[in-house]
Design a protein around this ligand. Structure first.
Ligand code: GDP
Ligand code: IMO
Ligand code: MG
Length: 451
């Protein structure tokens, strides 16, 4: 029995779904604990590509219980179409469970997300426009509609009669947009409630029972550490808690049941949307990173936007180890670096204004923008890695690259991914049953690498 959290250790799209899919083979329950259909999770199995937005990737294993947890925000129309697409492909979705207390993304959330983005001037966040921020805002404001409300006509009616006029004031008076109709929304969403009613339950009770039964539970993070509302590059973040702590609150479990936390990082780094990205590459290198790794270039799964690309940032990596308490790392997309003659890793930052050296991520948002990366440069391995299935088969320079990442982050690399397919994976050490990472008493700072 082991309960494991998988989190993104960068800015999202690290390849979490591929790693979750690998680990889900031995999981009885897979839980999404935060976010909504802003996520785009790709899994490639037997030549078939699956793109998930709300449903945990564990659904590909027959009989695995898949949970949309209390911490999620759920657009029920998106859920219904994702379910229909899976059923069309012959997948069994009967093991899906949806938390009754998860919040619902409503039509006014979608309109407001887009309107707020369009009116932020130079301060755009670059959201996915899936209504995520406004849905979480209503939840915090304690005026949100929860999944349970879609199953209760009186409750839904009362909430909409009060909420829609309030939202219309914003839509009409602030954004000059057409008002929404409470009656129409009520009729549509009460029908939607009937369609999903069979999946709705107290998911935290199911997880607790699974814990008692010594089952294996996998918590699938969406987004990434630097997109965390509290710990990310605020305000260029999402509105939930993708980090490991969020798994406990978002799923409704205590931290004492968690056995392992696995962080997923690309061998380089990408970001979609706005916000600081010190190692971003704009010209030839950025384009090469974006276009390699076919059949999918670096393009957002949810929005189709090109991802910003850059070198691996060990400052971000060390921060992810700290904030999530990572036991080990899964490094994905190593194959994308196969044809780079020179590869860089950012080992520290220099403050462009003060000249100060930062080994840790600056906690103040304004300062993060001023960070200039200090790089160590590697000679590339210039050999294909996508056919390698063991650490020893990897080119020596690729092994050195991975070892350096592990050293800089003070965290072992347990899994290396060398292609999108399930079998294009190297397991260096068992990420779940291998030795638990022990923090060194006085950490040898990465400054050592600078001297
Ligand atoms: P997630 O949101 O973290 O689950 O990641 P995404 O699915 O948004 O993006 C990761 C992309 O990289 C997907 O298209 C995956 O199929 C692909 N991928 C995952 N691992 C590898 C790998 O090792 N090599 C290559 N070339 N592609 C990979
Ligand atoms: P997965 O789970 C990458 C980014 C958006 C934007 C910011 C806020 O596939 O890794 P939001 O719509 O959440 O209010 O947007 O967060 N973002 C993601 N970037 N991967 C994701 O999910 C993301 N989900 C949101 O681009 O910058
Ligand atoms: Mg993604």
């Amino acid at each position: 029995m082991a309960n494991v959290i998988v989190v993104g250790a960068q800015f999202g799209d690290e390849g979490k779904a591929k790693v979750t899919d690998l680990l889900a083979k031995n999981a009885d329950v897979v839980v999404r604990y935060q976010g909504g259909n802003n996520a785009g999770h790709t899994v490639v199995v037997d030549g078939e590509t699956y793109k998930f937005h709300l449903i945990p990737s564990g659904i590909l294993y027959k009989g695995t219980v898949c949970i949309l947890g209390p911490g999620m925000v759920i657009d029920p129309k998106a859920l219904i179409s994702e379910l229909a697409a899976l059923k069309d492909r012959g997948m069994d979705t009967s093991c899906l469970k949806v938390s009754a207390v998860a919040h619902v993304t409503m039509p006014y959330h979608l309109a407001l997300d887009a309107a707020e983005e369009d009116n932020r001037g130079g301060k755009k966040i670059g959201t996915t426009r899936r209504g995520i921020g406004p849905t979480y805002a209503d939840k915090c404001d304690r005026i949100g509609i929860r999944i349970e409300d879609l199953l209760d006509a009186d409750a839904l009616r009362a909430k909409l009669d009060w909420l829609v006029p309030k939202k219309n004031i914003m839509l009409e008076r602030i954004y000059n947009l057409p008002p929404q109709d409470a009656d129409e929304i009520f009729k549509e969403y009460i029908e939607i409630g009937k369609k999903i009613a069979g999946y709705v339950c107290d998911t935290s009770a199911i997880i607790f029972q699974a814990v008692r039964d010594r089952k294996n539970i996998l918590f699938e993070g969406a987004q990434g550490t630097l997109l965390d509302l509290d710990h990310g590059s605020y305000p260029y973040v999402t509105s939930s808690s993708p980090t490991a702590g969020g798994a406990c609150t978002g799923a409704g479990v205590g931290p004492t049941i968690i056995d392992r936390v696995i962080g997923v990082s690309k061998a380089y780094q990408t970001r979609v949307g706005e916000g600081p990205f010190p190692t971003e590459q704009f010209a030839e290198i950025g384009e090469k990173l974006r276009q390699t790794g076919t059949p999918w270039a670096e393009v957002g799964v949810t929005t189709g936007r090109p991802r910003r690309c850059g070198w691996f940032d060990a400052v971000v990596g060390r921060y992810a180890v700290r904030i999530n308490g990572l036991d080990c790392l899964a490094v994905t997309k190593l194959d994308v670096l196969d044809e780079f003659e020179e590869i860089k890793i950012c080992v520290a930052y220099k403050d462009l204004k003060t000249g100060e050296i930062y080994n840790d991520l600056p906690s103040m948002a304004g300062v993060f923008w001023r960070m200039e990366p200090i790089y160590e440069t590697f000679t590339g391995w210039m050999k294909p890695t996508s056919g390698c299935r063991s650490y020893s088969e990897l080119p020596e320079r690729a092994r050195r690259y991975l070892d350096f990442i592990s050293e800089l982050l003070e965290c072992p690399v347990a899994i290396v991914s060398v292609g999108p397919k399930r079998d294009q994976t190297i397991v260096i050490e068992d990420p779940i049953h291998g030795p638990k990472r022990v923090l060194s008493h006085s950490s040898a700072s990465s400054a050592a690498h600078l001297s």
